[in-house]
Design a protein around this ligand. Sequence first.
Ligand code: ADP
Ligand code: MG
Length: 340
Amino acid sequence: ESQLNPNYSFENFLEGDSNRLARSAGLAVAAKPGGTSFNPLLIFGGVGLGKTHLAHAIGVDIKDKYPEKTVLYISAEKFTQQYIDAVKKNNRNDFIHFYQIIDVLIIDDVQFLSGKTGTQDVFFHIFNHLHQNGKQVVLTSDKAPVDMQDIEQRLLSRFKWGLSAELQNPDFETRVSILRNKLYRDGVEMPEDIIEYVAKNIKSNVRELEGAIISLIAQSSFNKKEITIDLARTIVEKFVKNTKREVSIDYIQKVVSDYFQMDIDTLQSKTRKRHIVQARQLAMFFAKKLTKASLASIGSQIGKRDHATVLHACKTVDNLSSTDKQFRKYVEDITKKLSV
Ligand code: ADP
Ligand code: MG
């Protein structure tokens, strides 16, 4: 009914520096839904870092503490689909009414509402109603409100009313605890050096971290092989290779242009406007750093420039990031977004 998954509990959500703020804010909200200044609570972060898990944990904990409260977890995608169906069937008012009487509304992946003005509009009204009545709203998103695109300003400003808490890549210690906890729950034993090997090599995504362990267990049991470092290495390599393949020059241009809220055409254009030039230079710098492409090839893919321009861009970024604090922040932010 509430669509909550009891396995996604706080207990199973291991704490670390990377998630402490979001996790504590979640606990605070669960202790007093609608009664904290964290309303809405927006949890944001990259793929596989625990947004959905934490969103469920909040709901599960509230249901536990306040069984009489109605808690609903829904993905923004499903919410959108429901709304479209309601409009088709002339049930728009019923739809709105249904959502307005919920005590705790948890919407996962609100970035999905980008560009969907009808759904944004209806959500705006539902949000206002819930908020005014002291009901709790919890949202997750793959980016911070400032970085969201194609979401109406009035909705974005609502998103910023409460607390936005980021889930970052977990550090090594946290990755090890996550794996140990998972193995413990599944009743599987694994040598410590293998756990550490996996945690050391899969850094940017908890889902992949777990995936690697699951395939390791499966491989060893299907093939009746012992779990050895060699087997771990083969599996980890597969995961790491798959992740690396995603960092293409296209992807870098997408991340950089999203970060500066411009489109890729602007990033590639001939303009000499400073912020666009800088965005382009950053894209070139990251392409050099993260891909095996030659300077010439990077130049031709980023707005048909020559290799000298790319070389100059890389030097400029190096210089600016050691002299200009704001610029250094750009480099750090984008590095994080590219999860390297
Ligand atoms: P997202 O929604 O951000 O893409 P998920 O919530 O689906 O990520 O998390 C991916 C997987 O990683 C899930 O199986 C989740 O249980 C696990 N996970 C993420 N963070 C943690 C954590 N801190 N402790 C334990 N498991 C975690
Ligand atoms: Mg998710």
